[in-house]
Design a protein around this ligand. Structure first.
Ligand code: GLA
Length: 430
């Protein structure tokens, strides 16, 4: 697709060779699912409450090469994880909720799932289709591989894997699904099969984004639109997306957890709805009228008040951000992103370990705005940065983070603490 530099021909050929050797068939028979990672410039942690979010994909992600089996068998290998996964698509799949103790999180990449369990996303995809009455007859022989070092970084490697398996199984079984249907199937993988109470931001971004546009998703109505960037003066070339890594990839086990925050938001919604005489509505913050929030917010105890404040202020930042993007005002867009980062630190309280990285990025040359990426708690911060100063910003962040957090910095998979990338396209089968 025009303007998108990933995947490159060599990567595709390598994957085709591996699958062809696994299946004993010709490389020309191998199809490849391209499933990009996503960023969410504005709209943090409000998707599960029916808020409005913004998103785009990047030119990194997951590739899944596959050939339909001649029977129901699934055989999978991975570029990152050990072992071979084997099962049959006609086995009935049952949910495997995440473990309570330690609060493991389904948006962790397959790597953080129990050893040998990386195949859960493939089983989860079969579960999702089965639970909507679709029985598969064709398995696949496949090889899955993610861009180096980017799993568990808050870029949604888990939704990228879920979407990749859905598209592969559907293609192998000659099923044509709309993006909306696949958004729902991936929701079933995460919410039901894995037990994470997350929203639909990740898979919507992966399935709906288009290069050059900002995806705007209303998570209550499920309506979306693609907001074009200005055509004038090569806008797309004027900025880069910078990902700065914290070196923390396992910290979720020590954190209060994603699901806990979701429960707090529901509780805040329940109190506000009751106070405004609307307790017949589902307790999600999108069902609370902003005016009712202003009138009754004094009823919320401090933690719940902060979560609600994050929700309502973040929705407003998204709306302002869409305007700033459409008019090509990167300064304003960036300011809103940094304000979102601050609210995630102060109100949503989900990214304390990333705070130093965020503060370093605020001082880095050319940075328009920055915030943590993904669920917070660990992973990376994203920044929109002036393309001409992007390299300088990488050097600055690398040096400063090394000084601030030498131990965490030593855990980062590259020598530099940050990586520059560009916008990507939607998931597709090639
Ligand atoms: C994770 C979840 C998403 C969303 C983000 C935070 O990526 O999977 O549903 O809540 O965190 O915005």
């Amino acid at each position: 697709m025009s303007g998108v530099s990933w995947p490159i021909e060599n990567e595709l050929n390598e994957i085709k060779e591996i699958v062809s050797a696994m299946a004993g068939r010709g490389p020309e028979e191998v199809r490849v699912v391209v499933s990009p990672y996503r960023i969410c410039p504005l709209g943090a942690h409000i998707d599960h409450q029916g808020g409005t979010v913004s998103a785009m994909t990047i030119n990194k992600g997951i590739l899944l090469g596959f050939i339909p089996s001649d029977d129901t068998e699934v055989i999978l290998r991975s570029g990152q994880f050990k072992g071979e996964v084997r099962f049959s698509v006609d086995e009935v799949q049952q949910p495997r909720p995440i473990r309570k103790k330690g609060e493991s999180h389904a948006t962790d990449s397959p790597k953080l799932q129990e050893a040998g369990n990386w195949g859960n996303f493939a089983r989860g995809a079969v579960y999702a289709l089965q639970s909507r009455g679709i029985s598969l007859t064709q398995g696949i022989t496949g090889y899955i591989c993610g861009s180096e070092g980017l799993d568990s970084s808050g870029l949604s490697s888990s939704a990228a894997a879920g979407v990749a398996y859905l598209l592969a199984f559907e293609t192998a079984n000659n099923l044509t699904m709309t993006p909306t249907e696949n958004i729902e199937y991936d929701r079933l993988i995460e919410n039901e099969y894995l037990g994470l109470k997350n929203g639909i931001l990740d898979q919507s971004a992966i399935l709906l984004s288009s290069h050059g546009f900002l995806t705007h998703m209303n998570c209550k109505t499920k309506e979306h639109k693609l907001v074009p960037s200005p055509k004038q003066s090569n806008f797309q070339k004027s900025y880069k997306i910078l990902l700065a890594f914290s070196g923390l990839r396992n910290a979720l086990t020590n954190s209060p957890g994603y699901n806990l925050r979701v429960v707090e938001c529901h509780e805040a919604a329940r109190i506000l709805l009751k106070a405004s005489g609307n307790d017949n509505l589902e307790p999600r913050l999108c069902n609370v009228d902003p005016e009712a929030y202003e009138t009754h917010k004094g009823l919320l105890e401090p933690n719940l008040a902060k979560r609600a404040e994050h929700y309502f202020s973040e929705n407003m930042r998204v709306m302002k951000g869409l305007e700033a993007w459409a008019s090509g005002n990167l300064e304003e867009f960036g300011k809103l992103i940094s304000a979102s980062g601050l609210s995630s630190i102060q109100n949503y309280e989900c990214c304390e370990p990333l705070q130093q990285l965020y503060e370093i990025l605020l001082r880095a040359p050319g940075v328009y705005g920055t915030r943590f990426s993904g669920a917070g708690f660990r992973g990376c911060c994203l920044a929109f940065v002036d393309a001409n100063l992007a390299e300088e910003a990488v050097t600055f962040v690398t040096e400063e983070y090394q000084k601030a957090q030498p131990k965490h910095a030593s855990q980062i998979f590259t020598e530099k603490a940050a990586l520059i990338c560009d916008a990507g396209d939607c998931a597709r089968v090639i």
